[in-house]
Structures are given as C-alpha cells and as structure tokens.
Design a protein around this ligand. Structure first.
Ligand code: TRP
Length: 499
C-alpha cells in the first residue's frame, strides 16, 4: 500500500474511532486500489473473518473449553469445597469473566489486527503495544507445556483403541487395579520417547489445521469438533447419572463446604476463571479481529462463558457419580490422576468400557486441540501481520520452535526432571510463570487500557455495534472493567506472589 494512501486510511480510522463519527469519505476507487495492493504486501492479505455466527461461537468456545474445564475444574472443585468452589467460580465468571471477555473482544475487533497491532492501532505512538507483546509471549509459553498434556490425551486415545491401556488390569482387586493405572501413567509420562512422539503428533495436527487459515482451518475444525464435544459430553452425562448410586456423587460434588474456602481458594477460582475463559493474553484479541462487524459481542461473551461453565459442571456431574458408583476411593483423587488414572480404572470395570474410554479421550483430545489452536493463532497472526509473512510461513515459523520447547517440557517429567529453574521443573516453571504471573499482568493491561485509555467511545461502540444493540448492560460492564476488574486481578497477582 502506498504510504500516502495508507496514511489516509489510518487517519480516517483514527477520526472515526476518536469521534464516533463515520469515517471520512474516501473515494471508492481509492479504497479498492488500497485493498488490491494490500493483498500483495500484507502477508495474509486483508484481515480474514469468520464466515458464520455459529463459526464465531464455535471457535471462541473451542478456545475456552479445554483441559482447564475438563481436567482442572473437577479437581479444583473436589479439593476446594465442592459446591462452595462452584459458587465462587460462577460468581467470578458472572462478575469478572464476562466483562473482561467483552473488553478483550472489543479491543480485538476495534483493532482488527494481531495482539500487538491492535494496541498500536488504538494507541499509536504509545508503549501499549508492549502489553500485546507480553500476551504473545504468554500464549507461546502456555502452548509449549499445554501441548505436552494434549499429547498425553492423544496417547491415551491410541491406547484405548488398541486396548493397551487395559492390558493387565482385569480380574484383580480394586487396589491393585488402581496401582496398575497409576504405574502406567507414571512410567508413561516419566519416559522420554513415547510422550515426545505424542507431543510432536499434536504439534503436527495443529500445523495441519492452522495452515489452512481462519475459515478453512480454525472455523471449519471448530464447527466440526464443538458439536462432537457436546454430543459426547451429553452421552457421558446420561450414562453417569443413570448409574446406581449416582446421587451420592452428585451430593459430593454440589454440597458446599464453606469451611474449605480461604482467600487462597477464592484466588484460585479467579485464576481458574481467567484460564478457562481464555482471557487476558491476546487469544480473544486475535479471534475477535476475525469477528464480522455485526457480531453481537455481549451475546457471544455470555454464550461462550455460559457454555464453558456448563461443560465444567457437566464434567463434575460425570466424574463424581461415576467414581462413587464404582466404589473408588474418593480421597485418593488428585488433579492429574483424575483423568489419567481414575477414569481408566472406571472404564476397565464398566461394561463396554473400552468404547467409553475411546469416546472419553476423543472428547479430551477435541477440547485440547481447539484450545492449542487458539493459543497458537496468537503468535501466528502476530508474525503474519508484523513481519508480513504468508499464512503458511507464519505457521511454520511459530510452530517449529515448539518441537524444541515442548520437548523440553515433556522431558522435564523424564530425563530432565532434575533440571530446575527456581526450584521448579521446566514444565512447572513455564506453567507458573505464564499462568500465574504474565497472564494476570496482561489481563490487567487489557482492562486498564479498555477502561481508561482506549479512544473515547470505542468500547461502547463495540459493545453496542454502533448503537444497533441495546446498551442496558454497558454502564455496568464499563464500571466493572474500570474499577472492579483491576482490583480483582491484582488479588490474583498478589496471591501468586504470596504463594
Ligand atoms: N481455556 C483453555 C482451557 O481451559 C486454555 C486456553 C486457551 C487458554 N487459550 C487460552 C488459557 C488463553 C489462558 C489464556 O484449557
């Protein structure tokens, strides 16, 4: 694009942003010329968009629903007071999650660029782009270890299909069976080669989807995988709730034990909200830059938050009744082992257990895959836009280093277990550093920027689609984004410091 023409466009954009008026008129011919040239110079061409409303929801929901809701939530709930944790989590989603999601998607759609570029466009000449850069970094670090656990799900799926998962685990006492699965998991993730292969397979799967682009890759994959996920969840729910003794498990999950609630637990619930809704680090900026301009942001945020919470609650309603019904030792349940030890143990005793096992790890894989895709997209769009690369080369540039970084994370359960950074293995260090530190800092930047520094009127215009959508909620949301969200995010940050 010629620099003079691009200056005209930028200026038109800025005027329209800062005054809330229509952009100044540019002769049609000039715009077409611009678009034509842009296609050639701007890496992936003009900004891609999601094609349908369903695609917008499916992709955003795909990012949100992941190991966080399916694997981590039931474990957190079990350890932190069951129904009491659930109540706090629901409160966090409602009061904080939805408004912050609105802030981040508004920032993304108004910027129509990658995480860094969106800040640059909306606050030219300032240093706010650094906040976007930190988001790109955080998302990259999160994929590097997330990919490893995603790889485990792939291996467990494979082992369910071949039956290797259940070899040697029948006909013994419950205790022995549990130990067998425990041992299987430990020797699997503690080995070097097998988890590495599945991590690599996961990276390759991601590359396959991501290089196809926004509509043909991300949107299409989400449109197929999210309905599948819900069908599977529903199947499991029906099965679990009709087991004898299911009600005991439900009582265990839903009964609030407020004595377990401490400040630390509340901060955990806040952290869980951010992680499970994919807030703060530019995933939503990136995805919202693909939202068509008539997408209703409020409806999208409430639908995605609501469905993500539903998935988490359904997981609790599946896991606890099943565990109770099969008389497993509920006190033995721990985060990691819930999904990789306890459930296989249950499957080994269920009629048709192998099929259920295949279905369950398919569910987990689908959830993990759509989340890794969204995390990867942050840095891919960043490279595409900032360094003017094609889709394919941006995908390869960002995904290939993961073959090394994720390998280090994977090996940190095996040969590299003794390599410690600040007393933590590489995996745990990246997890702690990215999720407990950088994520809240980035989220803080998002809410402060959208609450206080974004060009006047931008947030309202995005939330109301230029006045076409009713605004009743907007004043509340704006108040939360300006005043409440920053304070609560600081609480998360301080609780990480204290830990
Ligand atoms: N939300 C996903 C999960 O629950 C993980 C995830 C995807 C994520 N994108 C994110 C977490 C952005 C934090 C920020 O598993």
């Amino acid at each position: 694009m010629g620099s003079r023409q691009s200056a005209i466009l930028e200026r038109a954009l800025m005027i329209s942003l800062s005054t809330g008026c229509q952009p100044v008129r540019i002769p049609q011919q000039k715009i077409y010329n611009n678009m034509g040239k842009r296609k050639r110079t701007d890496g992936g061409g003009a900004t891609a968009l999601f094609k349908t409303k369903a695609g917008v929801i499916a992709a955003t929901l795909g990012s949100a629903v992941g190991l966080g809701s399916i694997w981590r939530f039931p474990a957190e709930a079990q350890q932190n007071g069951g129904g009491a944790f659930l109540l706090i989590y629901l409160g966090c989603v409602l009061i904080l999650g939805i408004p912050v999601m609105l802030a981040e998607t508004s920032l993304g759609r108004a910027g129509r660029a990658d995480a860094v570029g969106s800040y640059m466009k909306l606050a030219p000449g300032s240093r706010w782009w650094l906040a976007g850069g930190l988001g790109v970094l955080a998302s990259y670090l999160i994929i590097s270890f997330y990919m490893v656990v995603a790889g485990w799900t792939l291996q467990y799926l494979w082992d369910s299909i071949t039956g290797a998962l259940f070899a040697g685990a029948d006909g013994e006492s419950a205790r022995l069976i549990e130990q067998t699965f425990h041992h299987k998991m430990e020797s699997y993730i503690g080995s070097d080669i097998a988890p590495l292969i599945s991590t690599y397979a996961m990276i390759v799967l991601n590359i396959g989807v991501l290089m196809m682009g926004v509509q043909k890759g991300i949107e299409r994959a989400s449109n197929i995988m999210m309905p599948l996920l819900f069908v599977l969840l529903l199947l499991f729910c029906i099965y679990a709730l009709t087991l004898p003794g299911a009600s005991e498990g439900l009582v265990y999950f839903f009964r609030p034990d407020f004595s377990r609630i401490t400040w630390g637990v509340a901060a955990n619930a806040l952290g869980q909200t951010f992680f499970s809704l994919s807030l703060g680090i530019g995933v939503l900026i990136t995805y919202a830059s693909y939202y068509p301009s008539d997408t209703n942001l409020t409806r999208t945020a409430t639908t995605v938050s609501g469905l993500t919470t539903l998935v988490a609650v359904m997981m609790g309603m599946i896991i606890f009744p099943t565990v109770f019904s099969f008389n497993l030792d509920i006190d033995q349940l721990r985060g990691t082992t819930l999904v990789f030890v306890t459930l296989p143990e249950v499957f080994s005793q269920m009629p048709g257990g192998r099929v259920w096992s295949i279905l369950f790890f398919t569910l987990l894989l689908v959830a993990a895959l759509t989340s890794t895709i969204s995390l990867s997209e942050v840095s891919i769009l960043f490279v595409q836009k900032r360094f003017k690369r094609s889709r394919l080369s941006a995908t390869l540039i960002m995904m290939c280093p993961l073959f090394l970084l994720s390998a280090l994370c994977s090996l940190s359960f095996g040969s590299l277990a003794d390599l410690k950074i600040f007393g933590l293995t590489i995996f745990n260090f990246l997890d702690t550093f990215a999720t407990n530190w950088i994520l809240p800092i980035c989220a803080l930047c998002v809410v402060i920027f959208v609450g206080w520094f974004i060009p006047k009127g931008t947030f309202r215009r995005e939330v109301t689609n230029d006045g076409r959508v009713a605004t009743r909620l907007y004043p509340v949301v704006n108040f939360i984004v300006r005043w409440i969200a920053p304070v609560l995010i600081l609480v998360i940050l301080f609780s990480s410091i204290l830990k």
